[in-house]
Design a binder for this molecule. Structure first.
Ligand code: ADP
Ligand code: MG
Length: 212
């Protein structure tokens, strides 16, 4: 049987105490199936409905595997919209509360470039953003992915629906080859299979039908 207790994972103590504060007592089914694999460094495709807890599934994985002492961009999360990117960043910051000096930076379109450039100069551990703006920063040499360990596509179906296929493709090409990749989606249309083939290496598929 799949373990549903967070205590089966040997998470960092700060993460354990934040989960208690958030009242996350048990893993949701998608978390129970994907989180051990993510922590183990595997490439994962996870399909689950809205509300199934996908953000904490990859968020806890990123935070668990992050080396906080190394102030370099180690994780990049791509989201379809600014609202979704803000939600993801907010959830990751909640999960990371108290972990010393951890920096989660959002980079989305529709907001001025200037402050983003300034923030990038200060550095970050985790970047969350929309594909167009991320690619823009990469093209201009402002975003360095040399130390990237994990690339996440969140709401991949929506991202492709919104026409981000080319930008996502280009970002994948610019990311280091030796990385972990994670793909989260509510649905799995054919278009995603194309990008999954390019993104992931020997991925493990995790699919959860119900929310809880
Ligand atoms: P999805 O991305 O799959 O649509 P979210 O990551 O937004 O889902 O999570 C949905 C809600 O469930 C959020 O309010 C989140 O705080 C909550 N949640 C996530 N994981 C847990 C958990 N293990 N226990 C309790 N609530 C959780
Ligand atoms: Mg989500």
């Amino acid at each position: 049987m799949t373990q549903t207790s967070f205590s089966s994972l040997a998470l960092k103590p700060d993460l354990v105490s934040n989960l208690a504060t958030l009242d996350y007592n048990e893993m949701t089914p998608i978390q129970a199936q994907s989180l051990p694999l993510i922590i183990d460094g595997k490439d994962v495709i996870a399909q689950g409905k809205t509300g199934s807890g996908k953000t904490a599934a990859f968020g806890l994985g990123l935070l668990q595997n992050l080396d906080v002492k190394r102030f370099r961009i180690q994780s990049l999360v791509l989201c379809p919209t600014r609202e979704l990117a803000d939600q993801v960043a907010k959830e990751i910051r909640k999960l990371a509360r108290g972990i010393h000096n951890i920096k989660v930076l959002t980079l989305c379109g529709g907001v001025p470039m200037g402050p983003q450039i300034g923030s990038l100069e200060h550095g970050a551990h985790i970047i969350v953003g929309t594909p167009g703006r991320i690619l823009d920063h990469l093209d201009r040499g402002r975003l360095n992915l040399d130390n990237l360990n994990t690339l996440v596509l969140d709401e991949a179906d929506k991202m492709l629906e919104m026409g981000f296929q080319d930008a996502v493709d280009a970002i994948i090409d610019l990311a280091p080859k030796n990385r972990q990749s994670l793909l989260f989606s509510a649905t799995f249309p054919d278009q995603i299979k194309g990008i999954a083939g390019k993104l992931l290496k020997d991925p493990i598929m995790v699919k959860v039908e119900s929310t809880h």
